[in-house]
Ligand binder design. Structure first.
Ligand SMILES: [Zn+2]
Length: 138
């Protein structure tokens, strides 16, 4: 499906700004460069998804690993102090997230979670963004 040569691909990747760019902005820019058109933070939908692709009936949440408690991810480790407090706080977030995803799916939306840590290094990023496109089109 992806017919870009490696040279062209790395050129595209290098155009993706990495510094001082919020993860959701980076994912949006990437999708835009691939021809996807989206709405941002649609308040009418549960959880205000970061990216809404009406054509694919798909929403994407670009989630911070800590706040959304990315399972088995280093980025979601609880602080050593006030561990109980953070544990409870994050559990509330997770329950709310799950609830939102469920509501969206009930409305017929496909829900894709894109984790912040996917953007940590260029090799991972490229693969994960490729997978994201496959997931959207599936
Ligand atoms: Zn993570």
């Amino acid at each position: 499906m992806d017919s870009l040569t490696p040279e062209k691909r790395s050129w595209n990747m290098s155009r993706i700004p990495s510094k001082n760019t919020k993860p959701e902005e980076l994912v949006r820019k990437f999708l835009f460069s691939k021809g996807f058109r989206y709405r941002k933070n649609d308040k009418r939908l549960p959880g205000k998804p970061d990216i809404v692709l009406p054509k694919y009936k798909t929403v994407i949440f670009v989630n911070g690993c800590f706040w959304h408690n990315h399972k088995d991810c280093q980025g979601s480790r609880l602080p050593k102090t006030n561990t109980d407090f953070w544990g409870r706080k994050l559990e509330v977030n997770v329950v709310r997230d799950q609830n939102n995803y469920q509501l969206l799916e009930q409305k017929g939306w496909k829900v894709i979670i894109f984790w912040e840590c996917y953007l940590k290094n260029k090799n991972t990023t490229e693969r994960r963004l490729g997978e994201l496109i496959n997931a959207i089109k599936k």
